[in-house]
Design a protein around this ligand. Structure first.
Ligand code: HDE
Length: 714
């Protein structure tokens, strides 16, 4: 607790008093826990503190008579209930979050004076909220969509919010177009459909008329839009920001989050099924990982462009529809973020957290990206109606660990009780406190970068923002063949859902043909449209033809198969020793092994022992696991061969290119299923087979199997 001070004895924050140390940083991590620990051993009371004797019956005139208005206990309870909901976010309504910390790898003072990036000993608490964009609060986690990746750093110098996405560009270049874009992508106004997806007329109408969206749309049609896990996504700050060091030297930067779990996705068929089989797949995956100690980790990196190099690229750094290819400017890692604590209460934390790109600290500043500039206004504005007024910074999850003394007062839901008479500045009654802190090299007051602006007031888009296709082309050309096929299929699926043929044609002829003619032709063929012969605009030749950093096939991560779910399919007659061997072998790689049976009841091993299962194959269908193995035991294999549920499980896992292994006697089961061994479909449960399985799982899926899997029914 801060020591109590009289007004006169208070010192300026700049003088170092009130500066939070590690102890109160840790207190932030605990603070929400304190707020909730009132349930055990406590009497049930009203909000006014009155003990409640009967929580089962309303006060009535006779046991069969009408209810009485004077029942303040029932009225308080129902009134509170009637107002339990707050408006969901206009976009990014569906989300989940976690607490954790950020730690710098070293002293990055050459880049920034932001304290949390200077001291490798410093633990900065963070809260992260991941989200989809289109769907409402109750929509599916695995829909094709962009994912929000918003991080609140509770730094000693104030909160820094890095409110990014899992894709490095955006659909539009200017904030004034955001309501148009959102109205187009959201469920259509006349029928409130579709929930959670962009496969509908208004979205494609808009993007086919707005070529600046081409780059982001191809990302949204790629595998990045169907992540396997929130733990397996990159994050991007999208806009160019500035970092400023103690000497006042500014560098342009793009922020990146690199996951140690690698970047991995599910297949489209899988994503759709998951949305039904487990609507909560991503939030469950994150929660379970943290609960089981598999703390997800990301490295925070920056691409740094010195001020002098601002104009040296083929594109404008201020254009949010452009990346800086990593081959041109590599990512320098600054530190790591670890998520290690689940929220205690979803509403209090995940729902009430309020991010704003305008929450920055000394050493960080904005660029003039016109999309970022608009966001600086929008986020606080939206909290006013969502969280009910301007005091949302007092909600526990939003409170900074840094002190926040000022003369702002009152307004709805004010929590702080301000003492004293002087709520203005200058004042002499209160010794002039709280006082400004002059800007300084370190610990100074916030100072905006002294950028020289000499311009006319205009409503214009810079000419340097006019190329909309070269980076979309770079993206497509940087994909593996497999990824390209997925992109073609995604456009074909989505446009196939568009009812108006002229919208389909416009997207193919005026957008896709300018990205790549083969892409346009393939999509056109799937839609039964003629293939375009040429694009409609002259696309500038981009010097860089391939950017390997864009293909997630090149982003396997650093932790192997840690935390991956491997199912062992068991039935009566399974060889217990084989189950033990496999479990130990996979657990040695820190994978999670799950025993799945024909039902939730235990199975009997070949030597008569009871074996508990984690779930039934119906309760945990194949779309929820990363790989599977059928342990030894002839009778168990026969039972699986006679079970429609098991056969479907195996065929579906095969179709979704999952690594699979079967004990030697599994040959018969494979014949029944009409499947052949391949690089990731292995027979035998010896060490060699297990190691091959692990090697394939590290690559996520058996990509070579895709053609063979086409023949398997979905
Ligand atoms: Fe947002 N955005 N956005 N956005 N955005 C919101 O803020 C907005 C943009 C992003 O988990 C809203 O608190 C405008 C880009 C995330 O709570 C709203 C523009 C990027 C989240 C809003 C953009 C984002 C939001 C809705 C164009 C990636 C979820 C509720 C100028 C860099 C944050 C809220 C969370 C949420 C406005 C564009 C990411 C309405 C006006 C670009 C991750 O204020």
């Amino acid at each position: 607790m801060p020591t109590k001070k009289t007004p006169d004895s208070r010192h300026s924050e700049a003088a170092g008093v009130d500066t939070p140390d590690k102890a109160n940083t840790n207190a932030k991590l605990q603070s929400l826990g304190d707020v909730r620990s009132d349930a055990t051993g406590q009497a049930l009371r009203t909000n006014q503190g009155v003990k409640i004797a009967d929580n089962q019956n309303t006060l009535k005139a006779g046991s069969r008579g009408p209810s009485l208005l004077e029942d303040f206990i029932m009225r308080e309870k129902i009134t509170h209930f009637d107002h339990e909901r707050i408006p969901e976010r206009i976009v990014h309504a569906r989300g989940t979050g976690a607490h954790g910390y950020f730690q710098s790898y070293g002293n990055h003072s050459e880049l920034t004076k932001a304290g949390f990036l200077q001291d490798p000993e410093k633990i900065t608490p963070v809260f992260v909220r991941f989200s989809t964009v289109q769907g409402p609060r109750g929509s599916g986690d695995t829909v094709r969509d962009v994912r929000g990746f918003a991080v609140k750093f509770y730094t000693d110098e104030g909160n820094f919010d890095l409110v990014g996405n899992n894709m490095p560009v955006f659909f539009i270049q200017d904030a004034i177009k955001f309501p148009d874009f959102v109205h187009a992508v959201k469920p259509e106004p006349h029928n409130e459909m579709p929930t959670g997806g962009s496969a509908h007329d208004t979205f494609w109408d808009f993007v086919s008329l707005v070529p600046e969206s081409a780059h982001m749309v191809i990302w949204a049609m790629s595998d990045r839009a169907v992540p396997r896990s929130l733990r397996m996504m990159e994050g991007f700050g999208v806009h160019t920001f500035r970092l400023i060091n103690a000497e006042g030297v500014s560098s342009f930067v793009k922020f990146h989050w690199k996951p140690s779990n690698g970047v991995h996705s599910v297949l489209w068929d899988e994503a759709q099924k998951m949305a039904g089989k487990d609507t909560d797949f991503h939030r469950r995956d994150l929660r379970e990982a943290i609960e089981s100690g598999d703390y997800p980790e990301w490295e925070l990196g920056v691409q740094v462009v010195p001020e002098a190099d601002e104009h040296k690229f083929d594109f404008d750094l201020l254009d949010p529809t452009k990346i800086i290819p990593e081959e041109l400017v590599p990512v320098t890692t600054l530190g790591k973020m670890v998520l290690n604590r689940n929220p205690d209460n979803f509403f209090a934390e995940v729902e009430q957290v309020a991010f704003c790109p305008g929450h920055i600290v000394p050493g960080i500043d904005f660029s003039n990206d016109p999309l970022l500039q608009g966001r600086l206004f929008s986020y606080t504005d939206t909290q006013l109606s969502r969280l009910g007024g301007p005091n949302f910074h007092e909600i526990p999850i939003n409170r900074p660990v840094a002190p926040n003394h000022n003369n702002q007062r009152d307004a709805i839901h004010r929590q702080t009780i301000h003492k004293g008479q002087a709520a203005y500045e200058p004042n002499s009654i209160d010794g002039g406190w709280p006082k400004e802190t002059p800007p300084g090299a370190q610990d100074g007051g916030f100072e905006s970068y002294h950028e020289r602006i000499d311009a006319h007031k205009v409503r214009e888009r810079s000419e340097s923002f006019s190329d909309h296709f070269s980076q979309a082309r770079l993206f497509f050309h940087s994909m593996s063949k497999t990824e390209q096929q997925h992109i073609i299929k995604a456009y074909s699926f989505e446009l196939g859902k568009v009812e108006r043929e002229y919208i389909r044609e416009r997207q193919v002829n005026e957008i896709l043909a300018n990205i790549d003619l083969e892409l346009a032709a393939a999509v056109a063929a799937n839609l039964g449209l003629p293939a375009p012969k040429a694009g409609t605009v002259k696309v500038p030749e981009f010097k860089l033809k391939h950017s390997p950093a864009l293909s997630q096939m090149n982003l396997p991560g650093t932790v192997g198969i840690k935390g991956r779910k491997i199912a062992l399919l068991v039935a009566d007659g399974v060889d217990g020793a084989s189950v033990d061997r496999l479990t130990k072998a996979f657990e040695a790689h820190s994978a999670r092994v799950l025993l799945l049976g024909p039902s939730s009841a235990p199975v009997k091993t070949a030597d008569g022992k009871q074996l508990k299962v984690d779930a039934s194959m119906e309760g945990m269908p194949s779309v929820m696991i990363d790989g599977l193995w059928v342990p030894a035991g002839k009778a168990a294999h026969d039972a699986l061969a006679n079970s429609g549920l098991a056969k479907h499980f195996l065929l579906e896992a095969y179709k979704h290119l999952k690594p699979m292994g079967l004990a030697a006697e599994g040959k018969a089961l494979l014949t029944t299923l009409g499947l052949k061994e391949d690089k990731g479909l292995l027979l035998g449960d010896d060490k060699k087979a297990v190691e091959s399985f692990v090697a394939v799982l590290k690559e996520h899926r058996v990509w070579d199997r895709e053609a063979a899997a086409e023949a398997i029914p979905a």
